[in-house]
Write a protein that binds this ligand. Sequence first.
Ligand SMILES: NC(=O)c1ccc[n+]([C@@H]2O[C@H](COP(=O)([O-])OP(=O)(O)OC[C@H]3O[C@@H](n4cnc5c(N)ncnc54)[C@H](O)[C@@H]3O)[C@@H](O)[C@H]2O)c1
Length: 292
Amino acid sequence: MRLANKVAVVTGGASGMGLASVLSFAAEGAQVVIADFNAQTGNAAVETALQQGLDVSFIQTDVASEEDIEAMCEHALSAYGRLDVLFNNAGVGGAIGPITETTVEDWDYTFDVLAKGVFLGMKHGAKIMRRQGDGGSIINTASIAGLSGDAGPLVYSAAKAAVINLSKSAAVELAPDHIRVNAICPGYIATPLTEGKNPEAIKRSFTQSQPWPDYGRGEHIAGVALFLASDDAGFVTGESIVVDGGSTAEGPGRTRRFPQMAASNSRYSGVTKGSTGADNALRKRDPGESDA
Ligand SMILES: NC(=O)c1ccc[n+]([C@@H]2O[C@H](COP(=O)([O-])OP(=O)(O)OC[C@H]3O[C@@H](n4cnc5c(N)ncnc54)[C@H](O)[C@@H]3O)[C@@H](O)[C@H]2O)c1
C-alpha cells in the first residue's frame, strides 16, 4: 500500500486520467477527494470507486474559483482530517482557431482553468501541507503541448508551458517544507477529452502518431502520478515527466518522414567518417535485415 494513511485530492478526478488516478491512489490505500466541475460524472465516479470498495468522496469544484478551491481543501480536512497529495489535473481544450480570431474571453477562460486553477490549488494546498508540518506532494498536469509549438492549440499550449514553470518555481519555494511539486507532460492520451464521437478512430490515429505502437491511456498517467505521490519519489521535485510513448523523443520525426533513413532500412552498417579523409568502414547489409 504505497499511499496508506494518505489523503489525496484529484481535480478533474471524474474523468480520463484524473479518474484513473483516483482509482489507483485509492487502491493503494489513500482516501481520495474527487474535485470536478461536472457533478454528474463526479457522482458516477464515486459509484465506480465504491463498487471497488474504495474510500472516495466528491465535491463539485470550479478550479478557476478561489472560493471553490478553498472549499475543496476544507472538504478534504473535514472528511479525512488532512491533505497529503494534491493532483491539479482538471483541464479543457479551451480556445481553438487562429490567433487572429481568438477573443480575450476565450484566452481568459483557458488560462483560468489551466493555469490559474493550478496556481490556486498550489496556493491553498501548500498552506495546509505547511501547517501540517510533514510535507506533501503536489502534482500538476501540464502537457507536451507546453514543450514545443504545434503540439496543441495555441492558448492551451501557452497555459501548459506556464504550468511547467509554475511547478518548478513552486518546487524551489516549497522544498524547505518538504513539499514536492512536479508536473506530468502527457502526450496524446485517449480520454473523453480527446476521443470525440469516434473513439476507435482516435485510438488508431494516436497509435500511429508516435513511436510506441499503442495509444496512451489514462492508466499510463495514473502510474506516474502514483509514483510522484508516493514516498518512492521522495527526492524528486521540480521535475516535469514526459509520458508520451516517445513523441517528444522523436522530435522532427526524421525516420517517419524519410523512412529510407531508418536504421533498419539502411543499406550499410558500420561507421562513416565524414570529411576527415579517413576511409569509411562499412558493411553492406540487406535492407530490412535484423540481428534478431
Ligand atoms: N488527453 C490528452 O491527450 C491530454 C494530453 C496532455 C494533457 N492533458 C491534460 O490532462 C488533464 C486531464 O485531461 P483528460 O484527458 O483526462 O480529460 P477529461 O475531459 O477526461 O477530464 C478532465 C476533467 O476535468 C474537469 N474540469 C474541466 N474544467 C474544470 C474546472 N474548471 N474545474 C474543475 N474541473 C474541471 C472535467 O469536468 C473533466 O472531468 C487536463 O489538464 C488536460 O489538459 C490531456
